[in-house]
Design a protein around this ligand. Sequence first.
Ligand SMILES: [Zn+2]
Length: 293
Amino acid sequence: VLEMISGNTGYIRGAVNIGVYQHGQGECTIVDAGLDQSAAKTVLKALKKEGLRLRRVIITHAHADHTGGLARLLVDMPAEICATAWEAAFIENPMLEPFYLYSAHPLDDLQTKFFLSTPCSGVRVVAPGFELDDLTVVDLGGHSPGQIGIHTKDDVLLVADAFFSETVLEKYYIPYFAHIEQAKDTLTGLLAKKAAFYLPAHGALMNDIHTAVQANLDRLTAIEVDMIRYLNQGDLTKEEIISCFVRDRGIDLNMGQFHLVAATVSAFIAYLKDQNKIGPAFSQGFLKWSCAI
Ligand SMILES: [Zn+2]
């Protein structure tokens, strides 16, 4: 069901919320495409019920829960696909997502619909600052390096996965961020960016994101403090650092979650190394990280 937010901007509520902007004359742009065929069918049904045709699909970032429904959607309603250059590479080559999580041809556990989407070609490359009719593309890099948000003419900001709800932070402790400095810049930028409504990809429509965004910034700081504390007790491999978090924070990890946490810990290692707070210490085939540099 299409629920209106303000003016021409609405959304289809789901595990991934789909933004819908009506251009008039029965045409719309949607933002993201959902996880799978079933999500795509829900979107198609809602659009058909409103008598809407698809002008374009903007993909905020190419994680499989945002792109998995895209191919199915375009079968019924061919439309332009827009994404940043970084994310377009993954839309066209979806195996890259499990590949980068695993760093080689991935385990079958990582080739599920949650990590591996179906390919779509012919993506039109856009970038922050682009205007697509009444929609402005904004930079939300960090969770994924090429992630974007959409600010509609009705002052609704579609914020994708730029930050996570306090419930998600509570449940997973280490939220997925691929680039820590970028994520911090994005979160700080969001604190200063006022909009009437904010629609995250996961969770409820919001009028005020200050508390949630600050909680994400605080969590990034807390993870950094934890890592330095662990490394001050001795040099550790990346997997030993993950184990410290699991022990201290009661995190439960299946194969997918392990790789997501490992990626975020990798992002923190690079971030701390860039600031010369830690350095590598190779020892008997182990790549350990050390505060003693
Ligand atoms: Zn995501």
